[in-house]
Design a protein around this ligand. Structure first.
Ligand code: IVH
Length: 657
C-alpha cells in the first residue's frame, strides 16, 4: 500500500515537472506516450484511493470539476488597474511627474490582452484563483485556473504567497477554437480576450480545460514578506517559484529607453504568438513605488501605454446628412463616442448612398470604424451578429437638409444645386480661411458660421470689408478688442499670400492645393491664368480635361470677384521659388525633329519648369520652334509664318543658363 502511495507521489512530481518544462520553459522532456502512460497510472491509483488525491495532482487539470455558482472573494489588497497614456508626449509627462518625487529606473512589459487573475498559494500549494471583479471583490475561479498548464499547482518552495498576472488565449488556440465553432455552426468569438474571459467564467471546468489557456505572472503584491526590493527582482523570484514570466520584460534606465521599447514592440507585436494591447511601464524600486503611492483607482508608479486602435467597435446611433462646399450631401454616422488613434470620435463619414447600401449599414448597428488615411474616420463594416431586430434601415434624403431644395444626382453623389444655400456658402467661407488656402488665423469654423449668421460675412469679399465693423464686432459677446484686432490683422496679412493660396481658396472645382500651385507657378500671376484657354491649360503637365474646363468656366463668370479682391490689395502673383526664365516664361514652344542629347519629354519638362509651355502644332501664336535632326512639316510652317527657330544646341545653351 505504502509503495503505491509513494508511486503516486512520484508520478505527480514527475508530471508536474514535465508540465512546467513543456509549458513554461517550452522544453519538452517526456514523449506524449510516456506522459499518457504516467497519467493513466496516476488516474488508476487515485480511483482506487480517492482519499489520497492531492490538490496539486495533474488530474485536477483535466477539468472534471463542476461548480454550482461563483463564490465571491474579497481581495486582501485591491486589484488596481492602470492609468493610460496614448502618445509619446503623455509618456514623457508620466516620467516628469515621477521625477518630481524620485529618480526612477523603469521596467517595461508587454501589456497582455487577457484578463487579470489573482493566485493564492498556501505552503506552496495553489488554493485559490480569483478574477479581478471590481478590484475589491472578485469571483472564485479555482476550478478553471487549475486547468491552465502554465499555472503551477505546487511551487518550488512551500510559501504562503499571492501573485497576480494575466490569463490569455494564444492567437493559435483562438483561431483553432473559432474554426471548430464555425464548423459546428456556432457563433464566432470576437477576439482572444473575450474567448479567454468566457472560458474562465464557466461553471464546468471541462470547457476551460479544452481551451488551451495560458498565463503570465507580472505582479507580487507583498514583496516585503520575502525581503524583495525591486519589481525586477520579484519577477526573477516568481520565475524561480515556477511561474511563467514573460521573456520580453526589460529593465531600463530612462524614459528614452522606455520609448525605444515602445517603438520596438509597436513594430514587432504581430510576431508574438499572443495579443498585446500596449506596454506597461513600472517604476522598479519598491521604496520609490511606496513614495509615489496611488490615486483611488491607479498606482501612480505605473502606467499603460495603449497602442492606437486602428479599428474600434461602437454603436451607430443615427445617420445625419451634411452639405459640403460643393453642395454634395453626404450621409454621416453619429456614433457612441469612442477613442480611436488618440482622439475621441463621435462622427464618421459614410461617403454616399451606395456605400451605406453596399455595406448594409442600419441605424442602431454595432459598427467597426477606422481612420481613413489616418484623418477622416469611416465606417468599415457592420457586426450583423450583434443585431437585435430594432435596427432601422437607411434611406438617402432627397432634399437638402439645410435649404430643402430637391437634390440632383450626379454619378454616385447627390448635390444641393441652390447657390444660395446657407450651408454651401458657409462651407465656402470656411474653406477660404482654411490652413491650405488663405490661412486666416483665428477664424475657426464656429466664428465663420456666427459671422455669416449675423450678416457680417456673406461672400469671401466680406472678409476684406470686416474692418468697417470693428467697433461693432468688439461689442459681441465672447470677443474683445484683442481678439477682433487679431482677426483683422490676420485678414490684412492674408493679402500678402502667394497666388496659389488664393487660387485654392476660391474653391474652383477640381482645383486642389496641388493643382493651385501648378497653375500659380506656371502662370505666375492671375491675369495670365485668366487669359488661358482650354487647350493651353491641357498642355500643362498634370492638368487634365476636368480641371482645364473648370478653370476656364470659373474665370469667365467670376471676373468681378477677382477685380474686387485686387481692389482690396490682395497679392495676385506667385511668390514661391521659380526657375522662370525670361526667354521661356509665358512663351509657347513647338518641338520638331529628333533631339540628340535630350528626350522630348525631358525637353518639355525643362521648358515648363522655366515658365514656358509646349504645344503640338505650329500656329501664329507659337513663340519659338525648336528643331532637331530630320525636322518635319512643322519646320516649314515655322519658316512660312516667320516664327523664330532655335536649333538643338542653342536650346541646350539656353536651358543650361
Ligand atoms: S500591472 C498594480 N502588468 O492591464 C499593477 N498589468 O489596464 C497591476 N495587464 O488590470 C497591473 N499586462 O489586467 C500589469 N504586464 C502587465 C500587464 C497588465 C496586462 C492588464 C491587467 C490590468 C490591466 C490594466
Amino acid at each position: 500500500m505504502v509503495i503505491k502511495m509513494d508511486r503516486m507521489n512520484e508520478i505527480i512530481d514527475l508530471i508536474n515537472k514535465a508540465n512546467y518544462e513543456y509549458y513554461v520553459l517550452d522544453n519538452p522532456t517526456l514523449t506524449d506516450q510516456e506522459y499518457d502512460r504516467y497519467m493513466q497510472e496516476l488516474i488508476k491509483i487515485e480511483s482506487l484511493h480517492p482519499e489520497w488525491v492531492r490538490d496539486d495532482s495533474p488530474t485536477k487539470r483535466v477539468g472534471n470539476e463542476v461548480i454550482s455558482e461563483f463564490k465571491k472573494i474579497v481581495h486582501e489588497k485591491p486589484m488596481l488597474s492602470l492609468s493610460n497614456v496614448f502618445n509619446e508626449e503623455e509618456v514623457r509627462s508620466f516620467d516628469e511627474k515621477i521625477k518630481k518625487e524620485v529618480t526612477p529606473n523603469y521596467v517595461c512589459e508587454l501589456k497582455i490582452d487577457g484578463l487579470s487573475v489573482s493566485l493564492l498559494y498556501k505552503s506552496g500549494k495553489l488554493v485559490r484563483g480569483a478574477t479581478r471583479g471590481d478590484g475589491v471583490t472578485g469571483e472564485d475561479i479555482t476550478h478553471n485556473v487549475k486547468t491552465i498548464k502554465t499555472i503551477p499547482l505546487v511551487l518550488s518552495k512551500p510559501l504562503d504567497i499571492e501573485v497576480r498576472g494575466e490569463i490569455y488565449m494564444s492567437k493559435k488556440s483562438f483561431n483553432k477554437l473559432n474554426e471548430i465553432r464555425k464548423a459546428n455552426g456556432e457563433e464566432l468569438l470576437a477576439n482572444p480576450r473575450n474567448a479567454a474571459a468566457g472560458s474562465v467564467r464557466q461553471l464546468d471546468s471541462k470547457i476551460a480545460a479544452s481551451r488551451n489557456l495560458d498565463c503570465f505572472i507580472y505582479h507580487l503584491p507583498n514583496p516585503e514578506d520575502f525581503g524583495i526590493k525591486t519589481h525586477y527582482e520579484s519577477l526573477q523570484f516568481m520565475k524561480d517559484l515556477g511561474f511563467n514570466i514573460n521573456p520580453n520584460i526589460e529593465l531600463v534606465e530612462n524614459i528614452n529607453q522606455v520609448l525605444k521599447y515602445i517603438h520596438k514592440w509597436t513594430k514587432k507585436r504581430d510576431t508574438l504568438p499572443y495579443e498585446i494591447d500596449g506596454i506597461v511601464i513600472k517604476t522598479n524600486d519598491f521604496a520609490q513605488q511606496a513614495k509615489l503611492g496611488f490615486t483611488s483607482k491607479y498606482p501612480k508608479w505605473a502606467t499603460a501605454y495603449k497602442f492606437p486602435a486602428l479599428e474600434v467597435l461602437t454603436k451607430l446611433k443615427d445617420i445625419i446628412f451634411t452639405v459640403g462646399r460643393t453642395g454634395q450631401v453626404t450621409p454621416n454616422a453619429v456614433l457612441e463616442p469612442v477613442r480611436l488613434m488618440g482622439s475621441v470620435i463621435s462622427r464618421a463619414t459614410l461617403h454616399n448612398e451606395d456605400y451605406v447600401l453596399s455595406k448594409h449599414i442600419k441605424i442602431g448597428d454595432i459598427v467597426s470604424i477606422r481612420k481613413a488615411g489616418d484623418v477622416i474616420p469611416e465606417v468599415v463594416s457592420v457586426k450583423k451578429e450583434r443585431r437585435n431586430g430594432t435596427e432601422i434601415a437607411f434611406k438617402m434624403t432627397d432634399t437638402c437638409p439645410i435649404c430643402h431644395t430637391k437634390l440632383e444626382k450626379k454619378d454616385t453623389a447627390y448635390y444641393c444645386v441652390n447657390d444660395q444655400c446657407d450651408k454651401k456658402k458657409i462651407e465656402n467661407l470656411i474653406h477660404f480661411v482654411s490652413r491650405d488656402a488663405m490661412y486666416i488665423e483665428g477664424f475657426g469654423e464656429r466664428i465663420v458660421e456666427d459671422f455669416y449668421n449675423m450678416g457680417y460675412l456673406k461672400s469671401i469679399l466680406d472678409f476684406y470689408e470686416l474692418y468697417k465693423y470693428k467697433e461693432e464686432l468688439m461689442e459681441l459677446e465672447g470677443f474683445g478688442s484683442k481678439s477682433i484686432n487679431n482677426l483683422l490683422d490676420s485678414i490684412e496679412n492674408s493679402k500678402n499670400n502667394s497666388l496659389e493660396r488664393l487660387l485654392f481658396g476660391l474653391g474652383i472645382r477640381y482645383v486642389g492645393s496641388k493643382t493651385a500651385k501648378i497653375l500659380a507657378k506656371y502662370y505666375h500671376n492671375i491675369d495670365n491664368l485668366m487669359q488661358a484657354n482650354y487647350e493651353e491649360l491641357l498642355n500643362i503637365k498634370d492638368i487634365g480635361e476636368a480641371i482645364a474646363k473648370s478653370v476656364v468656366e470659373y474665370f469667365s463668370s467670376n471676373q468681378e470677384i477677382i477685380e474686387k479682391l485686387k481692389g482690396y490689395g490682395l497679392n495676385m502673383t506667385y511668390l514661391g521659388q521659380t526657375n522662370v526664365n525670361e526667354e521661356f516664361n509665358n512663351k509657347t514652344f513647338v518641338l520638331t525633329g529628333t533631339l540628340s542629347s535630350i528626350t522630348r519629354n525631358e525637353a518639355k519638362e525643362k521648358i515648363e519648369e522655366l515658365g514656358g509651355n509646349v504645344s503640338g502644332s505650329v500656329s501664329p501664336k507659337t513663340s519659338i520652334v525648336i528643331v532637331g535632326e530630320n525636322p518635319g512639316s512643322k519646320y516649314n510652317n515655322a519658316i512660312k509664318l516667320g516664327i523664330p527657330i532655335w536649333h538643338e544646341e542653342e536650346f541646350l545653351d539656353k536651358i543650361k543658363k
